[in-house]
Ligand binder design. Structure first.
Ligand SMILES: Cc1ncc(C[n+]2csc(CCOP(=O)(O)OP(=O)(O)O)c2C)c(N)n1
Ligand SMILES: [Mg+2]
Length: 789
């Protein structure tokens, strides 16, 4: 008899789903306990106000569905020996996820202070959302989680990222119906057009239609079912609806439907895997309708709670003051029959072990959920064959793309490149020598580089690009994403969340280090020749530096060879977010590969060959640069000054690792102050040509002795579709302006060289007029070359 045919819907112990129901009740009990109790964990005596936590925190409403799904998946895993990763989109149901991992015994294995007995249960309750305890979401402390779910919207994209190149894996992804309204989640359904059934795993979305968010109904819960089904069929899924009753016998209706739905889904997934013939399959998905806060208090103070938005957080909020609330809490907790679920010592009872997967099959212990455990280091092929000869003109990102082709060839199954549509535009198309863009949509003869498998995935959503890479990295693999610099702001908030995850995970011993998330930002502010103001924004760097110094790294390689060594360094690193900003336009190569390696390792160097200082004496001024275009301008400024004022001694400094500018105790890369002083002097003027917004350099360097003498030139939010040199002039970052600022700041110089300043201003006017008249920059700036070394 299959479960769908079962007519036995009573709670009899011999019911095939009795253990599932018991697990669900146990997890619900532990969820409520975490929200409310600091004593009397097993209700050995009537609840008293002293048993209640002083602050009632947490989210009940989403939890019963998370628990129900967990219990059912456990049964499926045991029956079919599956490998399942559980992602809780409504990660605010943290106590539910923690409860399940405790029932799995994983929690006590990883946190021995929280034993698998009554004392451990009490510890579990007390630590939740308490100072010095654990956070309220499915955070890095939650075993089995790769997804905090604090900021809603990323569950499904994380699920797809995790599934890539994991052909044996099923990622069960619970999506909140409110979460489903976010832009990222709404776009994520389309990721089934990329997943390859043979080389990737399966994603099983489980949309929990509990009807509500914090204060509103959810959109998807208030459309006719026919529309709902049409929507998901339109996305290319086979929706399976589970919608049962409310409690008692009716919960067994839901159990029966849910287990049948999961079995059908697992059958379909197995069938798709075995019979896939190259056509995009119609993957199953489950729509689970349950009341929000199911099994919790129905009515509180005369107002309906179960099945409404009022169940979102803590349904009974006056438990210490109001005896009726206290009595209702006790009734609620006893309704789960804890004495039937837990042994006398408080451990999970024998009944639950029937559906508890063993060892690494437990969702809370799945190796992929602690990606560092299974991470295979990348094979990093030599850079030497991609070296650009110093002095040669090169598109930096093209050199990188050619090396990335080697990386892909050497790591065919655990390295991917993600991008919003710009891999080729950013000149990384060398990778198509060895791979293609993975695609499960329809094909046309005119398509290029599209194939059923491939190491590049492009979809025009920076959110999806970032989320796929996160899911891929968090499950133990490696990758890179590229984006236009301006539009990476689209993922500011996702960047925050990943940085917070890495920061928090770094504190947890059993979370093993994972590969860093590396951004390549190209088509940057200074060379948006095709586009204009909307595409000119270097502000992502300002955003990045706000996050923990343990996590963030920012690199501005000045040329192709430095980009190569920087990328190699970033791909080998762990637990960071690396931001690399590099141009794609033809540009000079200043350093050999060996010099670039030294420069990259130092992060900041005095380029004595580019300056005019004399060994043994201090310079009159320092010109510093960070970023490829500003570096060229700064070097041109040195030349202008040298030609006009031969006695002036200028030191030239290039910064590739931006965090070198911070104080040593603020960032691990920060230069010790003595070294900073040695480079920038303690009293000479420093004119700093910066790729981004000038205030960022001040923000980073403000603690250093000579900071008051720093004058930073950079992007001043002036832009349009114009020539590269006009862009520099619009923002006062051109060579003449840099030279003028030096003349103004070196004591006594302005008085002697006032006419030179006027000449430089005239040159700016002339060059602007030339650009306006001819539509291109004058040859003396467009073709200017640094040849002396
Ligand atoms: C991006 C984002 N916006 C707002 C919130 C605040 N918030 C937390 S829970 C929630 C409602 C979630 O509703 P739903 O996804 O349906 O989850 P459930 O009903 O299962 O609690 C909101 C708006 C958030 N966490 N993330
Ligand atoms: Mg909801």
């Amino acid at each position: 008899m299959t479960l769908t045919e079962s007519t036995d819907l009573t709670l009899r112990r011999d019911h095939p789903l009795y253990a599932v129901d018991a697990w669900w009740r146990a997890a619900n009990y532990l969820t409520v306990g975490q929200i409310y109790l600091r004593d009397n964990a097993m209700l050995r005596r009537p609840l008293a106000p002293a048993d209640i936590k002083p602050r009632l925190l947490g989210h009940w409403g989403t939890s019963p569905a998370l628990n129900l799904i967990y219990a059912h998946l456990n049964r499926l895993i045991v029956e079919r020996s599956l490998e399942v990763l559980y992602i809780a989109g409504p990660g605010h149901g943290g106590p539910a996820m923690v409860a399940n991992t405790w029932l799995d015994h994983t929690y006590s294995e990883l946190f021995p202070a929280i034993g698998a007995d009554e004392a451990g249960m009490l510890g579990l309750f007390r630590q939740f959302s308490s100072p010095g305890g654990i956070p309220s979401h499915a955070s890095p402390t939650t075993p089995g989680s790769i997804h905090e779910g604090g900021e809603l919207g990323y569950s499904l994209v994380h699920a797809f990222g995790a599934a890539l190149d994991n052909p044996q894996l099923i990622v069960a992804c619970v999506v909140g119906d409110g979460e489903a309204e976010t832009g990222t989640l709404a776009a994520s359904w389309h990721l089934n057009k990329f997943l390859n059934p043979q080389t990737d795993g399966a994603v099983l979305p489980i949309l929990n239609l509990n009807g509500y968010k914090i204060a509103n109904p959810s959109v998807l819960a208030r459309i006719p079912e026919a529309e709902l089904l049409a929507l998901f069929r339109g996305y290319g899924y086979e929706p399976i609806i589970v919608s049962g009753g409310f409690d008692g016998e009716e919960s067994m209706v839901v159990h029966a439907q849910m287990s049948a739905a999961l079995e059908h889904a697992a059958d379909r997934i197995a069938e798709i895997r075995h019979t896939h013939k190259g056509q995009r399959p119609i993957w199953p998905m489950i729509i689970l309708r349950t009341p929000k806060g199911w099994t919790g208090p129905r009515v509180v103070d005369g107002l309906p709670v179960e099945g409404t938005w009022r169940a979102h957080q803590v349904p009974l909020s006056q438990v210490t003051e109001n005896p009726e609330h206290l009595a209702e809490l006790e009734r609620w907790m006893r309704s789960y029959h804890p004495d039937e679920l837990f042994a006398a010592d408080g451990s999970a009872g024998a009944l639950l072990s029937e559906i508890r997967p063993r060892g690494d099959h437990r969702m809370s212990a799945l190796p992929a959920s602690n990606g560092g455990r299974i991470l295979v280091p990348l094979v990093l092929p030599p850079l030497a064959t991609h070296e650009v000869a110093p002095g040669a003109t090169a598109e930096a990102t093209r050199a990188l793309g050619n090396w990335l082709a080697d990386v892909i060839a050497a790591n065919p199954k655990n390295f991917r490149i993600f991008g919003p549509d710009e891999t080729a535009s950013n000149r990384l198309d060398g990778v198509y020598q060895v791979t293609a863009k993975q695609w499960q949509g329809e094909f046309l003869p005119t398509d290029e580089h599209l194939a059923g498998t491939g190491r590049v995935i492009e979809i025009l959503s920076e959110n999806l690009v970032q989320g796929l890479l996160e899911g891929y990295l968090l499950t133990g693999r490696h990758g890179l994403m590229s984006s236009y610099e301006a539009f990476i702001h689209v993922v500011d908030s996702m960047f925050n969340q990943h940085a917070k995850w890495l920061e928090a995970a770094g504190e947890i011993a059993w979370r093993r280090p994972i590969a860093s998330l590396t951004y390549l930002l190209s088509s940057h502010v200074w060379r948006q020749d095709h586009n204009g103001f909307s595409h000119q924004d270097p502000g992502f760097l300002n955003h990045v530096v706000t996050k923990s110094p343990d996590v963030v790294r920012v690199y501005l390689p000045p040329d192709a060879n430095t980009l190569l060594v920087t990328a190699e360094h970033c791909l080998a690193s762990r637990d960071y977010i690396n931001v690399i900003v590099a141009g794609k336009q033809p540009a000079p190569t200043f350093l050999s590969l060996a010099e670039a390696r030294t420069h990259g390792a130092r992060g900041i160097s005095v380029w004595d060959w580019a300056g005019t200082e004399v060994t043994g004496s201090e310079p009159d001024a320092v010109i510093a640069s960070a970023g490829d275009v500003p570096t060229l301008e700064a070097m041109a400024a040195v030349r202008l000054l040298h030609d006009a004022i031969p006695e002036l001694r200028v030191r030239f400094v290039n910064v590739v690792d931006l965090m070198r500018l911070q104080a040593h105790d603020q960032h691990p890369h920060g230069l010790p102050s003595s070294q900073f002083d040695a480079v920038f002097t303690v009293d000479k003027p420093v004119v700093f040509a910066f790729h981004g917004y000038p205030s960022l350099i001040h923000q980073l360097a403000y603690r250093h002795t000579n900071h008051a003498n720093f004058h930073v030139l950079g992007f001043r939010e002036k832009g349009t579709t114009t020539t590269p040199f006009d862009m520099l002039m619009m923002n006062d970052l051109d060579r003449y302006r840099i030279a003028i600022e030096v003349i103004r700041r070196v004591p006594g110089l302005e008085a002697r060289y006032g006419s030179l300043v006027e000449h430089f201003e005239d040159e700016r006017s002339r060059l602007r007029a030339y650009a306006y008249e001819h539509g291109v920059d004058a040859p003396e700036v467009a073709g200017w070359e640094w040849l002396e070394r």
